[in-house]
Design a protein around this ligand. Structure first.
Ligand code: COA
Length: 180
């Protein structure tokens, strides 16, 4: 398949539908059974994007700046118009489910009063569900089995096994096994 050469390494069962754009000098590493439908990836120097096994990415974009690391675990599903924008590090652990139009950005991109922009890593925990149109800002860790409601803005750490929603996201419930 002509797209395979865009990967530094890729396992078996790669499926690419629609357009696949990979730009820049960074590295793209993928496991087995990765399905990409209209995916755009931009990388800068020394950026590394790693995608695990059994991952489905649909109509979405990943931007990885110089030296940035984006890691997408196993059994992750990411839906339409999601943007992952990393200047440092964004880690999405296994079984995460990310709803339409959600944005993860680990940088403010602009500083305030002459200071440098704040850039802090983001971690999305195991079996987390981010519903539609969630915005996850710099430095946030979302705990395992947690859920973030539609339209939420997440600006601080979220514990394991909770449901949060709103702007800024606040706890509205708890979960045992997370989304199903
Ligand atoms: C996460 C979610 C499933 C939780 O639903 P739930 O547990 O039934 O929550 P409830 O409807 O009982 O709401 C509990 C409280 O949180 C508030 N709340 C619920 N969802 C909210 C949201 N997205 N934003 C702000 N507040 C929200 C409710 O107003 C309620 O507040 P109150 O206790 O003061 O009355 C739901 O909020 C959600 O986001 N649904 C959309 C899922 C989606 O986007 N699917 C698309 C595919 S990924």
């Amino acid at each position: 398949m002509r797209h395979k050469r865009k990967f530094s390494s890729v396992g078996s069962g790669l499926g690419i539908l629609g357009k696949f754009q990979f730009l820049g000098p960074g590295k793209l590493i993928a496991g087995n059974n990765v399905e990409l439908l209209n995916v755009n990836i931009w990388t800068d120097k020394n950026a590394v994007i790693t995608i695990g096994n059994n991952v489905e990415l649909k109509n979405m974009s990943i931007f990885a700046d110089k030296n940035a690391v984006v890691t997408i675990g196993n059994n992750v599903r990411i839906s339409n118009n999601v943007q992952i924008i990393a200047q440092k590090q964004i880690v999405i652990k296994d079984e995460a489910l990310i709803g339409k139009q959600t944005i993860l950005q680990d940088s403010d991109f602009h500083g305030i009063d002459g200071k440098a922009p704040k850039i802090e890593p983001i971690t999305i925990g195991f079996h987390v569900w981010l519903a539609r149109q969630v915005l996850v800002l710099k430095g946030v860790t979302i705990g395992d089995y947690s859920i973030v409601g539609a339209g939420s803005v997440v600006v601080s750490h979220i514990s394991d096994h909770v449901i949060v929603a709103g702007n800024p996201a606040r706890q509205i419930g708890v979960t045992k096994d997370g989304y199903s």
